[in-house]
Each structure stands twice: as C-alpha cells, then as structure tokens.
Design a protein around this ligand. Structure first.
Ligand SMILES: Nc1ncnc2c1ncn2[C@@H]1O[C@H](COP(=O)(O)OP(=O)(O)OP(=O)(O)O)[C@@H](O)[C@H]1O
Ligand SMILES: [Mg+2]
Length: 261
C-alpha cells in the first residue's frame, strides 16, 4: 500500500530543484577550472624540475623543455582570461568600425595551417558597425580558429563573406522576439563557413555551454563560444551556428550598423 508522501519524501519544490541545478553547474564549473589549470600546471612543474635537476642537457633539449613550459603557461593564461570573461562583466569601448578591416586584422593575427585555403568575399562600402574593436576582432579570431580546427589535419576552405542586411517587416516578429533588431534596421552580416567535420546534432545544444569541448586536452577549453555569445549579446547582435547541407559549419554573425535610418 502506498502511503501519502511525508514532508521528507515529498518531491523537491521548484526552487530546491533550481538550487540543486545551480550547485551542479557550479561544481561542474569549478572542476572544469581545476582541470584547465591543474593539467598545464603539472606540465610546468615537470618542466621546471627537469630544468633545475642535475641532469646535463643539450641546448636542444633545454629549448624543448622551455617551449613545453611556455605552452603550459600560455594554456593557463588563455583559460584564465576566458574564465574571467565568462564570469565577470565585459568592459566595452564602442567605436564605429569597418567590418572588412576587422576581418582582415583578425586573419592577420592568426597563423593559419598551409592546408587551409582562405576565400574572402568582402563587400566594399559597407556601413560601419558600432563595436568594441578588440572584443569583436577576438570573436572573429575564435570563430575562424574553430573553423580551422574542424578542417585539420586534412585542410579545407575557410570562406568569409560580408554583406549588408536590412530587416524587413516579414522577419519582424521572429527577430523581435529574441533580439534587438527592428524592421528597417541596417546590419552587417559576417559569415564564416568551413568545409570541416561539422557539428553532430546531439552536440549542437551544448556548444555555447562553458567548458563544452570536443577537442583534445590542451587544444580547447570550451570557452570560446561562451565568451563569443556574451560579447555578441553585449552588442545587441546575433550569433547563429548551423551545419551546411554540403558539410561543414556556417557561422552567421549579425551586427547593427552604427547609423540607423
Ligand atoms: N566550425 C566548427 N566546426 C565543428 N565544430 C565546431 C565548430 N565551432 C565549434 N565547434 C564545436 O563546438 C565546441 C565548442 O567550441 P568553443 O569555441 O566554445 O570551444 P573550443 O574551441 O573547444 O575551446 P576554446 O575556444 O576555449 O579554445 C568545439 O569544441 C567543437 O566541438
Ligand atoms: Mg573555440
């Protein structure tokens, strides 16, 4: 015979569930931080011990150990910066910028594998966009880096396109529900397409989650898209990621133009 639920066995109330979920997310966050810092830290400790140890070493070996040390430090540095951007408010300084110039400087800052061909289809004479130059350039770099990673080691084509978009009335409802765009608004659309392995549909809902990565340890912290989304939201823009029918991923970044009609 089923007895009536006592207060102890009663199903948790919504706020209790929310608290449990928050605690779960927090502990996942903390263990991911520990993982991102502890792994390269043991790498650093090992390299330092080797350098300080009694073992005689050639210049070549010393250089390899120093580079190993540097990789570990860089990994912690990158993870800590992304974590800070994930957890704390992002400071912005908005200026009117040309999207094509931001793309060129983002690409110039990257060391691209020779197996990756870059195709630029940048429309000249676009209106400027009101953005934080540093954050949007870093966002473009992160999105291009994801595209490149998905094409390695075989290589492929990274296609970057810019275009002007004016929102029309038929799009108004859908866009208004989830964004700051209004009918008649002008925006610049940046598309980043790759010919890589794409994103499995079971992984699609997870890609914006902090610390979600499918990359090998040391290759990705899983914070790039979390920070990118936060930056784009701050700009009242939109970031959409989908698989292309012919393979590879298409990223569409839409940013309001600085001057609106
Ligand atoms: N263009 C892409 N093609 C295929 N998979 C992608 C692409 N962009 C993102 N992903 C998937 O989304 C995951 C999360 O991306 P995100 O940029 O947040 O983290 P990451 O690249 O793994 O690490 P980090 O950016 O912190 O170095 C990736 O690990 C990958 O599985
Ligand atoms: Mg990334």
């Amino acid at each position: 015979m089923n007895s009536a639920p006592t207060p102890d066995s009663a199903p948790p109330q919504e706020d209790t569930l929310k608290k449990l979920e928050e605690a779960g997310a927090l502990s996942h966050f903390a263990s991911s931080i520990a993982h991102e810092v502890c792994n390269p830290l043991s790498q650093i400790v090992l390299a330092t011990d080797l350098l300080a140890g009694p073992r005689p070493m050639t210049d070549d070996l010393r250089k390899k150990i120093v580079s190993f040390l540097r990789q570990g430090a860089d990994r912690i540095d990158k993870a800590m910066k992304s974590m800070l951007q994930t957890c704390s408010p992002i400071e912005t300084s908005m200026t009117a910028e040309d999207a094509n110039t931001l793309i060129e400087s983002a690409l110039a800052s990257m060391t691209l594998d020779p197996s990756v061909r870059v195709e630029k289809r940048l429309v000249p004479g676009l209106p400027t966009i009101l953005v934080d130059k540093k954050h949007i350039t870093e966002t473009i770099v992160g999105l291009c880096a994801n595209a490149v990673d998905a094409m390695l080691p075989g290589g492929g084509t990274l296609t970057i396109t810019t275009a002007l978009k004016t929102f029309n009335t038929s799009e108004r409802e859908g866009w208004q529900r989830q964004s700051w765009f209004r009918a008649g608004d002008h925006a610049v659309v940046i598309e980043i397409a790759d010919t890589g392995h794409g994103i499995h549909k079971s992984q699609m809902p997870l890609i914006f989650e902090a610390f979600y990565t499918t990359k090998a340890a040391g290759k990705g912290a899983g914070l790039g898209l979390t920070v990118a989304k936060k930056v784009v939201d701050l700009h009242h823009g939109r970031l959409e990621i989908s698989n292309q029918p012919a393979g590879g991923v298409l990223v569409v970044l839409t940013l309001k133009s600085a001057a609106q009609p």
